[in-house]
Design a protein around this ligand. Structure first.
Ligand SMILES: Nc1ncnc2c1ncn2[C@@H]1O[C@H](COP(=O)(O)OP(=O)(O)O)[C@@H](O)[C@H]1O
Ligand SMILES: [Mg+2]
Length: 351
């Protein structure tokens, strides 16, 4: 099994990952960037339900309460002692600033106390690195569909450290469109899984825009689709005719996700890359996963889909990406700050 990334540092390095960018306080321990030894998540999601979305102040407070416990659980469930880890990897962005600061501060303090290197991880690169946990033999080059609450993009992973963005959303992200659709259909937070659940009871009967299908290169646009859903629901509510929320959910899901699968595989064919992967919360969607599996099988391409748990936010993906940074000797200093926004860029440059 080839898992060495040309690392100047130990290939079996034990990395503690800490993730606090949104509403999940997560800690994980990963060996050699591939093998999960601990995977702990303490979520504050139920506390946000009454508000219909994540409340940053509540999330920050919840992280403060949970971060030490999550890290302790990671050590005790893995049997790894704090002295045994080789580095502390922490998400420094992008995400909710106050939430990120909790993890960054905790990570810094722990790295300092243990006298271990601190590694700063870009959350988006973490989502990409989740594929290395799903397939321990996976090596670049491959294409990744990144579909999360904040980003939607097709990324060519050229090497462990070099990414090229082939296309991305021009406006909203796919996850954002799911969340907005959930809201207009009166479904509770978190939107994505609830739209998926309702969609299973419906059919693709509502005509919605096809969103840069066959146009715009590998870019996406979700604002037109979102507006079409809102307009349809408002018109349906005002009419006296019966209408089906489940059909709207199903039709929206098809419109939002078909184009992702189509463009991903078109890019793979054009680039002659036979391995595709996916990451980010939207790639937990069952309809999308089935679509990707069917398209890959039809083309005899290899598909690497992280388990659903590793599509949404988790700390193991942060440890996996942290391992790559660690192996390059890319350490952060103790004045590391959190960043609310990090542009999606061609990621060959250091942090
Ligand atoms: N089963 C699902 N179907 C569609 N969207 C989903 C599903 N599960 C989660 N999502 C969406 O994924 C997003 C969260 O993913 P995540 O990777 O955590 O985003 P980010 O990292 O940008 O915060 C949310 O917008 C959520 O609605
Ligand atoms: Mg995420």
């Amino acid at each position: 099994m080839k898992t060495n990334i040309g690392a100047p540092f130990g290939k079996d390095a034990l990395i503690l990952g800490i993730e606090t960018s949104c509403d999940d306080t997560a800690a994980g321990i990963v060996r050699g960037g591939r093998e999960i030894l601990a995977d702990e998540i303490i979520t504050s999601a139920p506390r946000h339900v009454p508000f219909g979305g994540v409340v940053p102040e509540i999330a920050s407070r919840a992280h403060t309460e949970a971060v030490e416990e999550a890290v302790k659980r990671a050590f005790s469930s893995s049997g790894v002692s704090p002295e045994e880890i080789d580095a502390v990897a922490v998400t420094y962005g992008a995400g909710l600033l106050g939430a990120l600061l909790v993890g960054v501060s905790f990570g810094k303090a722990l790295a300092f106390a243990l006298d271990k290197p601190l590694v700063a991880v870009n959350h988006i690169r973490g989502h990409i690195a989740a594929a290395y946990l799903a397939d321990k033999t996976l090596e670049p080059p491959f294409l990744t569909l990144l579909a999360s609450g904040g980003h939607t993009a097709i990324i060519c992973v050229k090497s462990f450290t070099e990414h090229e963005v082939l296309g991305s959303t021009l406006d909203d992200a796919a996850g954002e469109a799911f969340d907005k659709t959930a809201r207009v259909l009166g479904l509770p937070y978190p939107g994505g899984p609830n739209v998926e659940r309702l969609a299973r009871e419906g059919a693709n009967t509502v005509k919605l825009p096809k969103m840069l299908k066959g146009a715009g290169g590998y870019d996406f646009s979700y604002s037109g689709l979102k507006t079409a859903v809102v307009n349809y629901v408002h018109a349906a509510e005002q009419s006296k005719k019966p209408w089906s929320k489940a059909d709207v959910a199903h039709s929206f899901q098809c419109a939002a996700l078909d184009v992702l699968a189509e463009k991903l595989f078109a890019a793979a064919e054009e680039r002659k890359i036979g391995v595709v992967a996916a990451g980010g919360g939207v790639s937990a969607n069952g309809y999308l996963r089935e679509r990707l599996a069917k398209e890959a099988a039809g083309r005899k391409m290899k598909l690497v889909l992280p388990e659903k748990r590793y599509c949404t936010d988790n700390a193991c993906m942060i440890a996996a990406e942290g391992y790559i940074r660690y192996a390059q000797g890319e350490f952060a200093s103790l004045d590391l700050n959190a960043e609310a926004y990090i542009p999606l860029k061609n990621a060959s440059e250091p942090l």
